[in-house]
Design a protein around this ligand. Structure first.
Ligand SMILES: [Zn+2]
Length: 260
């Protein structure tokens, strides 16, 4: 039975990934997610339902449009497999628990940010708002009012901290060092990484510091090769958050250093 649920969760994850793909590529350019219907970006032909099945369609179509033979974006089947795996593995690892539901929310948010921030340098509001609400609901169900308050306090603290860092960066470098999306995202990071046994924002601060180390090699590579002058920070923030979330207990000895 456990395997059955894991397979169902894999399918759910891949279907959601395909929806997030549409949301994160259409949202930033102001297109609706329902109209126009899914179509080939080159020849504009509306896709049949059998061309919209996550992962399988890509394999059966040989990775190209049926009529104009344009290559389909490879990140689509990859993201569908990744989110499917994230959903089913977190079920197998955590069982139905607080960690499991949080993992569903965080992996979904991560995928949205990866697509829209790398592609358009934008973090959409809708995934941030939906994730915040879901996290607060999960907190309340599993941890009651105390979990809700600790989580909110941590979210607000991290949001204000990033707002201050952004303000400082702007004064020093005379340009936007942090995007508005990154600052809003830090609220969600604070919400998700507050720990009840250590009711401070220590884990969120670790994620913040860790994310700058993750972003450094990429920034260096992309600025030196002049791929782009701007580096998206969101994907590194959310990756660090997921990492700290999964290995939360392993960080407990470090936490004392960051206790405020
Ligand atoms: Zn086509």
């Amino acid at each position: 039975m456990k395997l059955f649920y894991a397979i169902m969760l894999f399918i759910l994850g891949s279907v959601l990934a395909s929806f997030y793909g549409v949301l994160s590529t259409r949202g930033p350019i102001g297109e609706s997610i329902v109209k126009p219907r899914s179509h080939c970006n080159k020849c504009k032909r509306v896709l049949h339902f059998y061309e919209l099945i996550p992962i399988l369609s890509y394999i059966f179509l040989g990775g190209q449009c049926r009529s104009c033979k344009t290559k389909l974006p490879i990140y689509e089947p990859i993201s569908e497999i990744m989110l499917g795996l994230a959903f089913s593995l977190s079920y197998l690892y955590y069982g139905v628990s607080y960690e499991f539901f949080m993992a569903l929310v965080l992996s979904s948010l991560a995928l949205n940010i990866f697509i829209s921030d790398f592609k358009y340098m934008i973090i959409l509001d809708s995934p941030l708002v939906v994730s915040s609400i879901l996290i607060l609901i999960i907190r309340f169900i599993y941890q009651g009012y105390r979990g809700l308050l600790v989580s909110l306090g941590s979210g607000i603290f991290l949001f204000l901290l990033m707002l201050f860092i952004g303000f400082l960066g702007k004064k020093l470098f005379k340009r936007d060092a942090l995007g508005g999306g990154d600052i809003k995202l830090s609220f969600v990071i604070g919400l998700s990484l507050a720990s009840l046994s250590m009711p401070y924002v220590s884990y969120a601060l670790i994620a913040l510091i860790f994310s700058t180390f993750l972003a450094l090699p990429y920034s260096f590579f992309s600025l030196s090769s002049e791929i782009s002058r701007e580096v998206p920070y969101g994907p590194f923030l959310i990756s660090a958050t997921c990492f700290v979330f999964v290995f939360l207990e392993k960080f407990s000895y470090l936490v004392n250093l960051f206790t405020i």
